[in-house]
Write a protein that binds this ligand. Sequence first.
Ligand SMILES: Cc1cc2nc3c(=O)[nH]c(=O)nc-3n(C[C@H](O)[C@H](O)[C@H](O)COP(=O)(O)O)c2cc1C
Ligand code: SF4
Length: 484
Amino acid sequence: MWKPAEKIKFETHPGAWPTAEDAGRSLLFSPISHKALSLSSRTWIPAMVPWRATDDGFVTQDNIDWYARFAQGRPGAVVVEATGIRDVPSGPLLRIGHERFVPGLRDLAGAVKAASDGETRVYIQIIDFLGIRRRPAADKFFERFLRVTDRHRAALGAADWTEAEVRAALAAKPADELATILTPRELQDLTMGFRERVTDTHVPHIAELPAVLPGLFADAAVRAREAGFDGVELHYAHAYTMASFLSATNTRTDGYGGSLENRLKLPREVYAAVRRAVGDDFAVGCRYLADECIEGGNTAGDAPAIGLALAGDGMDFVSLSRGGKFDDAKQPKVGEAVYPYTGRSGYECMPGYISDVVGPFGRNVPATAAVRAALRASGIETPVVVAGGMHGYEQAEGVLRDGKADIVGFARQALADPDWFLKVRTGQGGAVRLCEYTNYCEGLDQKHKQVTCQLWDREQLDEPGMAKALDGKRRLVAPAWKRG
Ligand SMILES: Cc1cc2nc3c(=O)[nH]c(=O)nc-3n(C[C@H](O)[C@H](O)[C@H](O)COP(=O)(O)O)c2cc1C
Ligand code: SF4
């Protein structure tokens, strides 16, 4: 992963833990309700893909065990990983694009309720993403993938060459010459792998996204409701379709790009369709970026206006993430696909312990606070969820007391210790296993391997009935908390 040049090492510093009485009086462990959102505490586990679905996108027992383990710690809410809204093959990522996925999802939602005695709310993050291919070997790219155009022929002086001759000539050119012959996009396809963009409006299925996506999201939300979830989180963040519509880099000219008003159009239409389909008593919110952290992208200055529009339309919550874009991702190796968490924006999304002067803890708080302040100034009470390096009680309680957010998201900290919530609430914070922000888990995610935490995945490997990763060396869920 990309690291800031300063390379300052940070240690997790949770500060003091509360007694059970103090926790009982805290904001963090007090309920929050807004419209269809109703949580027993202001704690939240944001979506994390654990790579446990079947290759056809069905829920597995490992998925169920993963979420049930989080629910045992009794957070206010857990958001199930990004789940695809289309009925198309997409590898071992959960899908909700057809009725056949509902029974498995129902088991998953039911397992969260059962493991928390009904205390933890379970939401599901629903996502659309565009096509992406692995980086091709150069010879294959010129042989098969490149579409030969007049531009190539003109550059080579090859007006009457056969296509095969043009391909062979291009394949033999050095990189610096290719940079002048290929279009920037062709060069990207060669060096990074082909990837669809929302601006590819010459491609019919991309042009049609605004017509198609509201219905797909709405159908997915109806299935989520049927499956027993308490709500959906529309994935408008990171590197995926909806975030790309929102992005300042979206230059579509069909009314869905350009000005912020136009870029907001599809996210608002998707929300309206979802709301119409599920009614008012089912929580519908979204996750979007408080800052895209890329050149030419939305900044923290744009985030309040986006929040005002989305929350103003009636969303039950908005959850703020940051970064995680393809735009600044590292070049993948030949045969691998570009991964949107390898550049600076990726660092901003999942900041590691090697950091800059700001450090990895609460980096997203100021930008999130600005969104919340804008909402409140307009009389909009929509709860705002913050995430990024949150791990300590004083840190979380301080953010809430200072009115910087309404709900605190703990992703990697919950992965390191799913019992964080129960331990802290019952005055046993000293027993918390603290995340070290090493990003070992994120490295597994990048390799599409079953995600675990290095702090517990080699513990008690002889426990009877315990599920192990495919490599046979790691346990898949955190060991049970042995209360002192
Ligand atoms: C393994 C892993 C998978 C993730 N998957 C998702 C995802 O499916 N959707 C999403 O919005 N964020 C995803 N994230 C980002 C987290 O939700 C969170 O925003 C990020 O890790 C920063 O919060 P933290 O510092 O509390 O971990 C993932 C993070 C990790 C570590
Ligand atoms: S592997 Fe564990 S300790 Fe390291 S960042 Fe992930 S959750 Fe934290």
